[in-house]
Design a protein around this ligand. Structure first.
Ligand SMILES: *[C@@H]1O[C@H](CO)[C@@H](O)[C@H](O)[C@H]1NC(C)=O
Ligand SMILES: *[C@@H]1O[C@H](CO)[C@@H](O)[C@H](O)[C@H]1NC(C)=O
Length: 544
């Protein structure tokens, strides 16, 4: 007994080590989503075992059925003749006394179901939670908004935007996975439950459309039905002020469920409302996106995300240039780095091929076990927030030789002291479904910020390395400076967060655009003010 407890314990420890997610935050890191594939692989194997056992069981039932039916067609045609044989009489009595009983009361079906359920329960810790479903649905709606994607196209597995009345591909995926009525119902329901009727109307309309097309057939794996979708859609229309559609959808619902008292009441209410104030004129309609706290920068942010890497052009500003850069450092003499000055205010530089594929893989792999939901500063504390969807890990230079090597290279290129605590540990970030980081500053903007915990001043500069490429989305957008930098595998970006007088540079407001397709990984090195006294001179000029 003791022994088996022990085995169980170590087994559960092992699972935790392999898949660090079990707290319901799978959607915040694509690595975790990928790991979920192996969980479903196991479930598929369990289901196959179940089907095999159930098929064997049914084969037995069929064999018994065939045996008894044969006897009846062959032997008992004339009851008199057969009953004359005592063996025939005996077997009939035996069958009726015990064989039928054994077949009818067999526990095998339950045992098979029970075995399937307990196999499933073994995987339960690694299954996505409700929070993951909601987070993934919100990720889809975020992509819909930021990239102005048409819901009707998304439902068909396409990423399209309507331009001049025509749907245009934003990105053509290698595999397009169409959504079902039930898939759309769940996205719509997540919006509905957050009282976000702008999105719920759009997704539930697609859901209703698909459920109608499927002919209302009941499918065991579905969470919703046509009626559920109609019910939620009618209320969403009502909440957005579209009373005439709320009424017609409710009437359709009544057709399926004529005795539903609640719907009957709603129909009456909608009819009364329509009599009192007839439908709004055509010009007045149209759903409005819910407002956000950072509306001021939202439009610029989204425009910068949509126009993959809109940059100032070199020919427009002759002070922007490209060169091979060694920073006068002997370590870089033989292998100068291709430098591209992207912006002077704020000062932003791109270093091409900063990291090798092998180094990037080393960093990602070393970070796997340490990935945790990314936090943002909330006063003096750190908290998770919807405006930052990713997981991150902190790597000391002792974690892997590559970490130390990168520190050294960053130091050579920037001429800055990046040793802890003058530089923070390397932060490795993996984005999730529609993962993004809304406009923010890297430097502390309040004296109580956790950035000051290191006691080495504010974050004077940021060095960000792209560890992967993505197929679409995920650019780094500088909001006030009005340019964005697409994800470029192996490249790194450097910028000063502070003016030389120590004041934060407002122009560094930047964001990580939502990842449309791909697995985005970056590594951040934040360099602090202290330790740079002789390397980065101070100045009282607020312009510098
Ligand atoms: C009501 O909803 C329908 C279906 O989405 C739409 O075609 C119509 O324009 C909406 N009317 C108003 C007034 O919003
Ligand atoms: C930002 O840049 C785009 C072109 O890349 C330009 O059309 C737009 O006017 C600029 N916005 C501002 C606020 O400067």
């Amino acid at each position: 007994m003791k022994y088996s407890t022990c085995v169980c314990f170590s087994w559960s420890l092992l699972t935790v080590a392999v898949i660090p997610v079990s707290l319901g935050e799978m959607y915040t890191s694509l690595l975790n989503v990928k790991q979920a594939i192996s969980v479903e692989r196991k479930l598929i194997d369990y289901l196959k075992t179940y089907i095999d056992h159930e098929s064997e069981r049914l084969e037995d039932v069929k064999r018994f059925y065939a045996k008894v039916s044969d006897l009846h067609t062959e032997l008992y045609k004339g009851p008199a003749t057969a009953m004359a044989n005592p063996l025939v009489a005996f077997t009939l009595i035996k069958r009726l006394h015990s064989e039928w009983l054994n077949v009818v009361h067999s526990n095998e079906a339950q045992e098979n179901t029970q075995a399937l359920r307990s196999s499933y329960e073994k995987e339960e810790a690694d299954l996505p939670k409700l929070e993951d479903l909601q987070g993934a649905a919100q990720g889809l709606m975020r992509l819909q908004d930021v990239y102005v994607l048409q819901v009707a196209s998304l439902v068909r597995g396409l990423f399209q935007r309507v331009t001049e009345g025509q749907p245009i591909d934003i990105y053509r995926p290698a595999v397009s996975v169409p959504l079902s009525g039930d898939d759309c119902f769940l996205v719509g329901k997540v919006a509905y439950e957050q009282q976000d009727y702008y999105h719920s109307v759009q997704w539930l309309e697609e859901s209703v459309h698909l459920f109608r097309g499927a002919g209302g057939e009941w499918i065991p794996e579905n969470a919703g039905t046509l009626e559920d979708a109609l019910d939620h859609l009618a209320f969403s229309h009502f909440k957005t002020g579209n009373i005439s559609y709320a009424l017609s959808i409710s009437q359709e619902l009544l057709h399926h469920d004529p005795m539903n008292g609640r719907v009957l009441q709603n129909v009456e209410k909608y009819e009364r409302l329509l009599v009192r104030s007839p439908p709004l004129s055509i010009t007045d309609h149209g759903l409005k996106r819910p407002t956000s706290n950072n509306l001021r920068t939202r439009d610029t942010y989204e425009t910068l995300c949509q126009t993959q890497g809109s940059q100032q052009m070199h020919f427009k500003n002759p002070r922007l240039f490209c060169d091979f850069f060694t920073n006068g450092n002997p370590g870089l003499l033989l292998l100068p780095v291709r430098r591209e000055v992207l912006s002077l205010q704020p000062y932003v530089v791109l270093y091409h091929n900063f990291i090798t594929d092998t180094e990037a893989e080393d960093i990602k792999t070393t970070a796997h076990a340490g990935l945790r939901r990314s936090v943002v500063a909330a006063g003096e504390k750190q908290a998770t927030a919807e405006y930052r969807i990713s997981k991150s890990a902190w790597l000391k230079d002792s974690a892997h030789s590559t970490v130390g090597k990168l520190d050294q290279k960053i130091s050579m290129l920037t001429g800055l002291n990046v040793k802890h605590p003058y530089g923070e540990y390397l932060q490795v970030v993996n984005y999730g479904i529609g993962g993004h980081y809304e406009p923010h500053f890297d430097h502390a903007t309040s004296p109580s910020s956790p950035v000051f915990k290191l006691k080495t001043g504010n974050r004077v500069a940021t060095f960000m390395i792209y560890l992967s490429s993505v197929e679409a989305g995920g650019s780094t957008a500088f909001i006030y400076a009005n340019f964005s930098i697409p994800v470029m595998k192996k490249a790194a970006i450097f910028w000063w967060n502070l003016h030389r007088n120590g004041q934060g540079n407002e122009d560094t407001l930047h964001a990580g655009c939502p990842v449309l397709i791909g697995d985005k990984w970056v590594a951040n090195k934040w360099i602090h003010e202290h330790g740079q006294e002789f390397l980065h001179r101070c100045s009282l000029n607020p312009e510098e």
